[in-house]
Ligand binder design. Structure first.
Ligand SMILES: NC(=O)c1ccc[n+]([C@@H]2O[C@H](COP(=O)([O-])OP(=O)(O)OC[C@H]3O[C@@H](n4cnc5c(N)ncnc54)[C@H](O)[C@@H]3O)[C@@H](O)[C@H]2O)c1
Length: 335
């Protein structure tokens, strides 16, 4: 089987491609490199271009008639940028996705797996969510994901295509064999900032210490990116048995980890521990959430294998080799 991975030169898409290769599923990658990196598609079937480019999508399907499914990871993902530039974000994430699904329909593609996000939920008071929790995104980025899900569900209700939206929680780590990982040198999520604090010898700022969590810091559901990737392989295998023309599944570990707990785990793993300092909440940040659902296990037969400690270890390993792997091409953007 062949699978088209849109956004397959990015952090998650390239890791999904690695997991597919390990499972004898051939990935074909379509990526504009707006934030992705050519090196992350090295040695893989790669088309540089935009998901909205109908002629290119037609050519890919003509040259790969065995493509049986599409995994759509192509998006812009920086929440504050989406606040500053909603038009750009709706165009990149919604308008282009609409064009893309039309191109898929024209090429007879009936299976679509969409990279959605836990950012679409309003968490309950206990900070857990399941797939039936209220959809109430807190940012334009989150809303682009919710709009795409609804749009794809409408299309799937009327057209010969079925869609699975996988709602990712907070990916960390890298391919355990270090083929791929996060391309950004200055990521803005907590683990990335811990690695930076370590490299630069500055304290890590715990931004927000008055959230309704067990220690006041924000809580997240950190899922190892390799576990995310293997969930896609499971989804490809089980796709035709999924209920309904449109299904949504949370991909998390079911365990909440606070920023302070992440810091403890980091200092346990890292050779050079870092100091922390309490700081005010960042605008737009919330307390966070974690999943309480077992739908992924029931429908996909999948369970995460790695814990937070392994995610931190793999992130640090990747950080040490990233510049070597990503050499020769300029870096774009930040997450
Ligand atoms: N990283 C996270 O924390 C996270 C959490 C939840 C959901 N997601 C979703 O997972 C997906 C992948 O995220 P990521 O972290 O790998 O980000 P990323 O920026 O590393 O990857 C996105 C890839 O899509 C490509 N791309 C963007 N627009 C494109 C277009 N119009 N045509 C072709 N290629 C295009 C980029 O060049 C990049 O390679 C995104 O859809 C994102 O919304 C990410």
């Amino acid at each position: 089987m062949q699978v088209l991975i849109a956004g397959g030169a990015g952090y998650i898409g390239s890791t999904i491609a690695s997991a597919c290769l390990d499972s004898r599923i051939s990935p074909v990658i379509l990526d504009s490199l707006v934030t992705g990196r050519r090196e992350l598609a090295a040695g893989r079937e790669f088309y540089e271009g935009d998901i909205a480019d109908g002629e290119l999508v037609d050519r890919i399907f003509a040259e790969h008639p065995d493509i049986g499914a599409v995994i759509h990871c192509a998006a812009l993902i920086v929440v504050p940028d989406s606040v500053d530039d909603p038009v750009g974000y709706y165009r990149a994430n919604v308008v282009k996705s609409l064009d893309f699904v039309a191109h898929l329909l024209r090429n007879g593609c009936g299976r679509l797996i969409f990279s959605s996000s836990a950012a679409i939920y309003r968490p309950g008071e206990d900070l857990t969510v399941d797939e039936d929790s209220p959809i109430e995104p807190q940012s334009p980025y989150g809303r682009t994901k919710a709009v795409c899900e609804a749009m794809f569900a409408d299309v799937a209700a009327a057209q010969p295509i079925r869609v699975l939206s996988l709602r990712y929680f907070n990916p960390i780590g890298a391919d355990p064999t270090m083929r791929t990982g996060l391309q950004l040198a200055r990521p803005t999520h907590a683990l990335g900032k811990m690695i930076l604090a370590q490299e630069e010898g500055v304290p890590f700022l715990v931004t927000g210490t008055d959230y309704p969590t067990r220690d006041g810091s924000g809580i997240r559901d950190y899922i190892h990116v390799w576990d995310l990737a293997t969930a896609h392989v499971a989804a490809l295998r089980r796709f035709d048995a999924l209920p309904g023309p449109a299904t949504a599944i949370n991909l998390g570990t079911g365990r909440g980890t606070t920023v302070r707990e992440l810091l403890d785990a980091f200092n346990h793993v890292a050779k050079k521990p870092i100091e922390a300092r309490d700081a005010a909440r960042r605008p737009g940040d919330g307390p966070g959430a974690y999943t309480r659902t077992d739908r992924a296990t029931r429908l996909l037969g999948w369970q995460p294998q790695y814990d937070v400690t392994e995610g931190i270890r793999h992130s640090l390993q990747w950080d040490a080799i990233r510049d070597q792997i990503l050499s020769g091409f300029p870096e774009h953007g930040g997450s």
